[in-house]
Design a protein around this ligand. Sequence first.
Ligand code: FAD
Length: 300
Amino acid sequence: MLKDLFIGLSQNQFLNNAAKKYGLKLGAQNVVAGTNIAETIESIKELNAHGISCTVDNLGEFVFKEEEANEAKEQIINVIEAIHENQVDAHISLKPTQLGLDIDYHFCLNNLKEIVDRASNYGIFVNFDMEDYGHLQPSFDILDELSKEYDNVGTVIQSYFRRAEDDIEKYKNYRLRIVKGAYKEPEEYAFQDKKDIDANYMKLIEWHLLNGKFTSIATHDHHIINKVKEFVKKNNIPNEKFEFQMLYGFRKELQLQLASEGYNFCTYVPFGKDWYGYFMRRLAERPQNLNLVAKQVFNK
Ligand code: FAD
């Protein structure tokens, strides 16, 4: 299946390293905001001008050396400073593995603490993106640890996980992004059937809208978006309690439409040289995204 092929490619460290040397290629430039902070701030300003807030992700995969994790930490702190200096409407999304989760738990915890601490000085929120099952519990553990001291942290619930219902209840007082889930997971832990994943997705969203703090509904699926619109109307849930999120470069018209309808809208803005794994996961989710590649190849 194409999905498995692209997920396999996203996990190929050799291709990942090779891609870093060549800048944004194969159409990745349509879905990655830039390779540096200055370009990314310009993209954020454009989105802000349309009433769209942003969550910024410094792309990075396969971090197994302390110096690489430290570099990523410095870069994320630079992004926080740039958000503050430019007074743009944006916050941070990060992946714990980029900050050293595969190296050492406490090393990663300290890196994340430095980031969250700097962000909290400026009232900037930090979201821990969720990765594959093996990293799920340690990421929650770090969140638990940091939330003893900081309130500007939140995370993601992936509806394909069978445990998601328990997790959402435990973390209901956090700002939570709810997604379907982007990695290939075994049946033991995760629903495999799209119908089950979608049904659980809607169930979790509804539950968190009614019981949780603030819900970020992160999907490009207009069927889900329409159901959410009906649900919030029926249950008198105010717009301040939730937002829609989509990835940079995807369904741009729908992004603008939702913002112009008065919904809070946040675009996930990835940037950096390490674009390959992110791009392959997007192709795995929706092989039609290959159009982005085709357009690039034939526009030469
Ligand atoms: P799908 O289930 O892929 O598609 C459902 C239907 O929606 C399609 O059949 C089609 O009708 C429509 N559709 C979808 N995409 C398009 C499109 N581009 N154009 C037109 N129609 C379309 N995953 C994680 O595991 N961890 C994370 O931390 C994480 N963070 C995310 C943050 C954001 C902001 C977003 C948007 C996604 C994130 N994801 C994350 C990925 C997520 O888990 C899904 O893999 C991804 O969003 C695909 O699912 P979907 O709900 O968008 O739609």
